[in-house]
Design a protein around this ligand. Structure first.
Ligand SMILES: [Fe+2]
Length: 214
């Protein structure tokens, strides 16, 4: 990879990192949707999957715009990179998705699972918010208006997704998880109640017999 010299080189690097992030999220979200139980959570994550696909398309548009600008300046740096086989892997999102998978593999009640999924999804959102915010600041400094506007649209949608997950967590999923009961314990306590009831019935019927005998 060519040496990163200035802010424009860094912007290019951020765009490639974000592209990898969005690609990995498109692959990872269906697993989280499948594991989610709360219908509103499933819906929110499914909506975000569709939005994420538009984020990836927007990054394609951004890459083209940066490439065109570089051609104009006959720099060739961006075109050789974006047009070539060079790729950047977002290690950050790779790690966050691995962490999410590890957490979802734990034995958990459905209620705790939903809360865990929101937490994992928001960690990824926060990574994206930081990365898009940084890229937008670079584009703004470089007077790349089209790039800045496109990055800004995505950044706004990432904030919206994060806010809707917070509302869902605080308003519904976390309180439900707070009162979650282990299904096995619930069965045990049901058995205990049943045993107590049968015992008292048999005591009553045996005392009836005593009365009968008298
Ligand atoms: Fe995104």
């Amino acid at each position: 990879m060519k040496k990163i010299i200035d802010l424009k080189d860094l912007l290019k690097h951020e765009i490639l990192d974000l592209y990898s992030a969005e690609e990995q999220i498109i692959e990872g979200l269906p697993v989280m949707i499948a594991q989610a139980n709360n219908p509103k959570l499933k819906e929110a994550l499914s909506n975000h999957l569709e939005v994420t696909k538009t984020h990836k398309d927007r990054l394609d548009k951004i890459k083209e715009s940066i490439m065109a600008k570089s051609e104009e300046e006959s720099n060739g740096f961006f075109s050789s990179l974006f047009g070539g086989s060079h790729t950047v892997t977002s290690i950050g999102v790779e790690g966050l998705l691995k962490e999410a998978k590890k957490l979802m593999a734990e034995e958990m009640t459905q209620e705790a699972m939903d809360a865990a999924i929101i937490g994992a999804a928001q960690k990824i959102e926060h990574y994206e918010i930081a990365a898009y915010g940084t890229a937008r600041a670079y584009a703004s400094e470089l007077n790349m208006d089209l790039v800045r506007i496109e990055l800004d649209k995505t950044l706004g949608e990432e904030y919206e997704a994060d806010d809707s997950l917070t509302k869902l967590a605080v308003g519904q999923v976390n309180p439900v998880a707070e009162n979650a009961v282990n299904a096995e314990d619930q069965e045990d306590s049901n058995d205990e109640v049943y045993d107590r009831l049968t015992n008292s019935v048999s005591i009553m019927s045996s005392s009836d017999n005593v009365d009968d005998e008298e």
